[in-house]
Design a protein around this ligand. Sequence first.
Ligand SMILES: C[S@@+](CC[C@H](N)C(=O)[O-])C[C@H]1O[C@@H](n2cnc3c(N)ncnc32)[C@H](O)[C@@H]1O
Length: 218
Amino acid sequence: MGPLVVNSHGELSSCSGPALHTFGRMADDCFAHPRLAAIYDPLDPDRSDLDAYLQMAEELEAQRVLDIGCGTGAFALLLADREIEVVGVDPARASIDVARAKPGSERVRWICGDATDLPPLQVDLATMTANVAQAIADPQAWQKTLRGAHEALRPGGHLVFETRDPARRAWEEWTRENSYRVTEIPNVGSVESWVQLIEVSWPLTGLTIHQAKNSCGP
Ligand SMILES: C[S@@+](CC[C@H](N)C(=O)[O-])C[C@H]1O[C@@H](n2cnc3c(N)ncnc32)[C@H](O)[C@@H]1O
C-alpha cells in the first residue's frame, strides 16, 4: 500500500505525495480513514494533556460523562477504568472502531455521530479533549454542538473544552524543521510525520492549520 493523501478539502486519495490533514472539517479523513485512525495513538503517545480533564472529573465528582469527539477513546477509557459511566461520541467511524478494539472498551457506550443527535442523556460532565473544539470551525455547527451538549447535561452539569490563545502565535513554530520525525509502528512500518503551515487566514476563526503525514505501509 502506498502513502495516503488527505487534501485541504478533506478528500482522501492515494498518491506519492505527503498526506495533508486540515483541522476544521467534519469527520476529517485523518480520523475517518482506517489507516490514518490506526496511527493516531502511536503518533501522539504522550497524553498528559488528559490529566487536567481527569482532575476536573474528580473535582466535579462526575459519575456520568459524555466525551464529545472521543476519537480513538483515550479519555473515555481512562474514565471507564475509574468506574465512571461514559458515552463516547465521534463522527469518524474508523476512530470509533479503533476505540472499540481496545481493552476495556465494552465498559463505554460508543456512538458514531456528534452532539447534535444524541439519545437522551443526563450526564454530570461533557468533555471535548484535545483539538475537538478547534475541529468544529463552522459557527452554526459550534452553536448546535453547544446546544446538544447542554441538552445532554443534567441541570448544573459542566462542559469542559480547550481554546487556543492566538496571541501566542504558536503556528510560527509549526514548521517541518521543528516537527519532522519518523515513528516505527508495529504492523504498519515507518511513518514520517511533520506539521506544515499552509495558510493563516484572518479573522482568527478562519485559521487553517495543515498537518502533513506520509504513511508508508509495509
Ligand atoms: C484531535 S482529535 C481528538 C480526539 C480525542 N478527543 C482525543 O483527545 O484524542 C479531534 C476529534 O474531533 C472529532 N470531530 C470532528 N468534528 C466533530 C464534531 N462536529 N463533533 C464531534 N467530534 C468531532 C474528530 O473526528 C476527531 O476524532
